[in-house]
Design a protein around this ligand. Sequence first.
Ligand SMILES: Cc1cc2nc3c(=O)[nH]c(=O)nc-3n(C[C@H](O)[C@H](O)[C@H](O)COP(=O)(O)O)c2cc1C
Length: 161
Amino acid sequence: MKALVVYYSNKGRSRYLAQKISESLACDLEEIRPRLNAFILFLMSINLGIKPLKNNIKEYENVILCGPIWMGRLIPPLRNFLLRYGNCIQKLAVINCCGISDTIMDQKFGNGFVYKEITEIVRDKCALYQAFPVDLVQPDDNFTSVFQKRLDSFIAQITSI
Ligand SMILES: Cc1cc2nc3c(=O)[nH]c(=O)nc-3n(C[C@H](O)[C@H](O)[C@H](O)COP(=O)(O)O)c2cc1C
């Protein structure tokens, strides 16, 4: 399976998670680069798009998209990526870093609406969607067994989509 992990991260947790996924799959990794600071623009409700990817997305069988949730929504850098490259993606897996815990994930600021937004853009190409509580993703910490188990489970699912 030729896979590409694509991510956007504001504070570094999604970057760390994306790096761990690409290491586990021994695959390419690329950062989504917004044209200007995506977080400030998000707060101002301005969307200036993203810079072109360096990798050719058509060469990959699986694309794994990783990034945070803000205000229960699909954030502009991830949305822009899907709008721009969705047609070229063969199979998509999405993993969102979330501030809220698993137990309230179905509430307003959980991941339910984000998944809906993703499928509206890419339809049935999204073969796997998961939320990853940000508290588990601690770059300075030793790799906790909870984090490792969640990661292993995600990797196992990717390899079978
Ligand atoms: C403005 C803002 C809004 C957020 N809204 C949500 C939310 O609706 N749901 C949620 O689970 N986490 C929310 N979070 C927490 C982020 O998802 C979390 O900080 C993020 O996963 C960190 O990823 P990063 O380090 O890659 O930027 C929010 C964070 C910020 C700064």
